[in-house]
Ligand binder design. Structure first.
Ligand code: FES
Length: 286
């Protein structure tokens, strides 16, 4: 984890109320991985002291740049939209645990609900760089909220679902899963909790329904994989990036807790934000 002054290079509104900002911050790009996040201070003169967490939307080690994608929801995020190229912000990162991909995975399924695209976007770059095939299923309320395909690598197969049917599949993005779950070696998702719950349920029943094995599961013995470990995430069919509200983002305030299946609180900012879906208690009421 490093603290750095990040210089804004570009800022634009890519969808109504949704912004994409690119920063030059080599210290925060080195070693950063998809699924991690930065914690950004809004500026001393704003009078708003709480930092805001943003997923690494893209990470470019060649240029030392990263981008964040956010929706304006209040004074803090509106403050960011007033930044101009050359302005600097105080940024802390990389924070949290990243997605882990099994080395044998060839077919990567990404599932994003709305702004959840920011949580999985950089994984598309990582997977393509490593020679994998990527399909992204995106769900939004309407055509006005669909992530622009021009912001995705050409290699990504992009499939859209909208609640009102104004573009793509008419219905929830989770309704597209049966078409792709047999093709995918692993899946990675970020979005609203109801969407993640459906995905977790489908992933849980997948083996029985499709008669397929999870990658890396050996018959018989083998040492147990510790829950919460990178290996546990790497062997999971579905990994999820959780979007809890965060206060401190460094594990101190316990404001971001979810429960695992053993009943142990998990801080999304420290033990997450990425979890193997079968490690979480989806009925935990958090
Ligand atoms: S945000 Fe404070 S413990 Fe996670």
């Amino acid at each position: 984890m490093r603290l750095a002054g990040a210089e804004l290079l570009e800022s634009r509104e890519i969808l109504p109320g949704q912004w994409l900002q690119t920063f030059h911050a080599p210290e925060l790009v080195t070693g950063a991985r998809a699924g991690q996040f930065v914690h950004v201070r809004t500026g001393d003169f704003s009078g708003m002291v709480l930092r805001r967490p943003f997923s690494y939307n893209t990470i470019d080690p060649a240029t030392g740049t990263l981008s964040i994608h956010f929706r304006t929801v209040g004074r803090g995020t509106e403050w960011f939209t007033r930044l101009r190229p050359g302005d600097r912000v105080d940024m802390l990162g990389p924070l949290g645990r990243p997605f882990e991909m099994d080395s044998r995975t060839q077919h990567v399924l990404l599932v994003a609900g709305g702004l959840g695209i920011a949580g999985v976007r950089s994984l598309a770059d990582e997977a393509i760089r490593d020679g994998r095939q990527v399909t992204l299923l995106f769900g939004g309320a309407s055509a006005r909220e669909v992530y622009p395909s021009s912001l995705l690598p050409d290699e990504v197969e992009y499939v859209v679902a909208t609640d009102d049917g104004s573009v793509g599949h008419h219905g929830f993005v989770t309704e597209l899963i049966p078409e792709y779950e047999g093709w995918a070696d692993q899946a990675f998702a970020c979005g609203p909790l109801p969407m993640l719950k459906v995905l977790a349920s489908l992933a849980h029943s997948r083996r029985g329904r499709l008669g397929v094995a999870n990658l890396g599961r050996k018959r018989g013995g083998g040492r147990p994989i510790p829950a919460g470990s990178p290996q546990a995430r790497r062997k999971a069919f579905l990994q999820v990036s959780m979007e809890q509200n965060m206060g401190c983002a460094v594990g101190a305030c316990l404001g971001c807790v979810v429960m695992n299946t053993a009943g142990t609180p998990q801080r999304v900012c420290r033990e997450g934000p990425v979890f193997a879906s079968d490690e979480l208690d989806w009925e935990g009421g958090w």
